[in-house]
Design a protein around this ligand. Structure first.
Ligand SMILES: Nc1nc2c(ncn2[C@@H]2O[C@H](COP(=O)(O)OP(=O)(O)O)[C@@H](O)[C@H]2O)c(=O)[nH]1
Ligand SMILES: [Mg+2]
Length: 377
């Protein structure tokens, strides 16, 4: 699939930029210019009028059809910016919904995501009804009061219908899980915050397998691939990832995209270790809350301290110890998706955990080598 060109409007700090870039990429947009602004909640366009005109110039110069706006826009702001620049304006929530939609892998997540989309539309339709009633903007979006009321009613009916469907689907879910775990191959899934480096690691691990010879590599979907390890084949799976400032009405949809984790044999929890300890703590804590709710045992986790090329191994371990994860059997490995550092060791560790017969022999070996490898088993 071809990615579409887009201009990104986001906040000036690096975390915001990186997250917005990763989200845009996940939704298949290639960002050709970034407009950084301290304030994205101004009344008319979200950004100031002068800046909005600059954005229009960038759009014209680059023949771009999309603007990604890293904040939630009101319908009137979205309308104003669309009209000024004559392109699609995708606000932050819309972008996240587009990502979820691409990732829906089962019936439940399709319904959950559709529900979240309807709720997104509902908020906007309500705003239109309000504006139409105030007669502030007659014919706003071509919508009279009557039309707006009708579409609100229609949205409500569709939401009720989906909620009923969801109930039925929940009953079916248990059976689905059973059948998945019978597929035979161990399932290994990446989780972690957006821009931690999951997709880069995923590509790196599956890409390397691809280069080692024909027939070893199969694309099951864009996000799950078959990888050959020393003692057998695994299914490696990339996930949506945790997103900061996720609105409450999207949480169920988000969790449904993570259902695959519940039948994973091993979780690779990716941490961007080149961040402040407080940032890492905050992100890890909220990841753990979601994983607990999904009943994923933390014993099935390897912590990957990624982007270690940007710092030192010592710093990575120091930060990790600072997280005080209370678990007697922690698997932790500093890695770099960029340089490939420790990725062979990672494959070997995955292999030894998911193919346990060979693993028991290995524990003995690892005990002898523990200090040299840095892997704590
Ligand atoms: N320096 C460095 N950058 C990395 C590393 N891994 C990923 N990145 C960069 O971090 C950004 C986010 O990576 P991505 O794989 O999209 O993160 P995801 O949202 O977790 O899938 C991209 O710009 C990557 O190039 C790494 O090991 N070192
Ligand atoms: Mg990703």
């Amino acid at each position: 699939m071809h990615s579409q060109k887009a201009i990104l409007i986001t906040y000036p700090d690096n975390d915001s930029i990186n997250e917005a870039l990763s989200l845009s990429e996940s939704a298949d947009y290639s960002i050709i210019d970034i407009v950084k602004q301290k304030h994205l909640t101004k009344s008319k366009f979200g950004i100031g009028s002068g800046k909005a005109c600059e954005v229009k110039e960038i759009v014209l110069k680059n023949h771009v059809k999309n603007i990604i706006f890293d904040e939630v826009l009101k319908p009137s702001q979205q309308y104003n910016l669309t009209k000024l620049c004559n392109v699609h304006v995708i606000d932050r929530e819309r972008l996240i919904l587009e990502i979820f939609e691409k990732r829906a892998t089962n019936a439940e997540s399709h319904i959950q995501i559709k529900l979240a989309q309807l709720k997104y539309d509902m908020v906007r339709t309500k705003e239109k009804v309000r504006l139409a009633k105030l007669r502030e903007q007659p014919g706003f979006f071509g919508l009279g009061k009557y039309d707006a009321d009708i579409s609100l009613l229609d949205l409500r009916t569709r939401i009720t219908h989906l909620q009923r469907k969801l109930k039925k689907e929940e009953l079916r879910k248990k059976m689905y899980r059973k059948s998945r775990s019978k597929s035979g191959f161990p399932i290994v899934s990446f989780v972690g915050y957006t821009s931690a480096g999951k997709t880069t690691l995923f590509n790196r691990l599956t890409g390397e397998t691809k280069n080692t010879g024909g027939g070893m590599f199969t694309t099951l979907s864009t996000f799950t691939r078959n990888v050959n390890l020393r003692d057998g084949k695994i299914l490696l799976s990339d996930t949506v990832g945790f997103i900061s400032k996720l609105p409450a009405y999207m949480i169920d949809a988000f969790k449904s995209t993570l259902l695959e984790l519940t039948y994973s044999d091993l979780i690779l929890l990716v941490i961007d270790i080149n961040q402040s300890i407080s940032e890492i703590k905050k992100k890890l804590r909220s990841s753990m809350v979601v994983m607990n709710e999904l009943l994923i045992p933390m014993t099935k986790v390897i912590y990957l301290l990624n982007k270690v090329d940007l710092t030192t191994i010592e710093d990575a371990y120091e930060k990790f110890h600072n997280l005080k994860i209370a678990d007697s059997q922690i698997n932790v490995l500093p890695v770099s998706a960029l340089t490939g550092y420790n990725l062979e060791k990672l494959k070997s560790l995955i292999n030894d955990i998911v193919f346990p017969n060979q693993y028991s022999l290995l524990i003995q070996k690892q005990h002898n080598r523990e200090n040299k490898t840095g892997i704590k088993l």
